[in-house]
Ligand binder design. Structure first.
Ligand code: DGL
Length: 279
């Protein structure tokens, strides 16, 4: 039976702080909409967790955002997009509410890479979960079969962000080590995809250790463009998004901890509520 959609905010979900890099680009391009950001900080990182666990946690987050009135949820997390998106779209949404939508961020990133690389050799860094899933290589080979994709997992980068360890020698060590590893594996790489939404928060250090000619691709602007395009093609979803320009922030960890760290990343003060999303 068709359920009518009551208009609500757009949900943006990540395991922790990383999705804020996507949210802020979406807000810049589409400031008219209302948003709810949800970070599952108490269970981050997701990157080293199994398929089943990432799926279960992501589904709980999507249900929590639907409960808060969202009709459209963006998985602003590559790990969740790689491991949970398809099952949620195909198996769960038809039962939960076939009119609601959940979108990921791997496809929009894979789409634009063909316009960016000149050498047709690219690198992708991401969490172990995203890299092991091979989601990027699969999507890119479908869209741009001539591109050679080199992938490398950086298991320490998310913990560096989640624990606010940006400006430490440890951060320098791991960022340099992982960049050297992927760039030495193929000397023709001209473009590096930051395939984890946490990584743009390390951009200064990444640039410091990357060769000057390397193009470093953060996903935020491309995801925002793709969302704008999606909304223009789906007026029934666009009509179900409220438009007062407000954003609410939720975390599964302590609200004060989230507020303090998120304010550093966002360069502004925000109000945060703690939420329990476990079923
Ligand atoms: N920021 C997420 C991603 O894009 C996940 C990080 C994590 O929880 O490991 O993959």
């Amino acid at each position: 039976m068709k359920k009518e959609l009551i208009p609500g905010p757009i949900g943006v979900f990540d395991s922790g702080y990383g999705g804020l890099t996507i949210l802020s680009e979406i807000q810049k391009l589409l400031p008219q909409y209302d948003y709810i950001y949800l970070g599952d900080n108490s269970r981050a990182p997701y990157g080293t967790r199994s398929f089943d666990v990432v799926y279960e946690f992501t589904k709980q987050a999507v249900l929590a955002l639907f409960d808060q009135g969202c009709n459209l949820v963006i998985l602003a997390c590559n790990t969740a997009s790689a491991k949970a998106l398809r099952t949620i779209q195909q198996n769960d949404l038809p039962y939960i509410n076939p009119n609601k939508r959940v979108l990921g961020i791997i496809r929009p990133t894979a789409e634009i890479i063909g316009n960016i690389t000149k050498t047709r050799h690219i690198g992708i860094v991401g969490t172990p979960g995203t890299i092991q899933s091979e989601s990027y290589s699969i999507e890119i080979s479908k869209l741009h079969p001539d591109i050679i994709v080199n992938s490398h997992a950086c298991p320490m980068w998310v913990p560096i962000v989640e624990n606010n360890e940006f400006n430490t020698e440890g951060a320098d060590y791991f960022i340099k080590k992982d960049l050297d590893s992927i760039l030495n594996s193929d000397k023709e790489i001209d473009t590096l995809i930051l395939g984890c939404t946490h990584y743009p928060l390390l951009i200064d250090k990444i640039k410091q250790y990357a060769p000057s000619g390397l193009q470093i691709l953060s996903q935020g602007t491309y995801v925002a463009e793709s969302l704008k395009n999606y909304l223009s093609r789906h007026p029934e979803i666009e009509d179900s998004c409220t438009k007062s320009g407000n954003t609410q922030y939720y975390t599964t960890e302590s609200a004060s901890k989230f507020k303090e760290s998120a304010s550093i990343f966002l360069n502004k003060e925000i109000e945060v509520k703690r939420i329990n999303i476990e079923g």
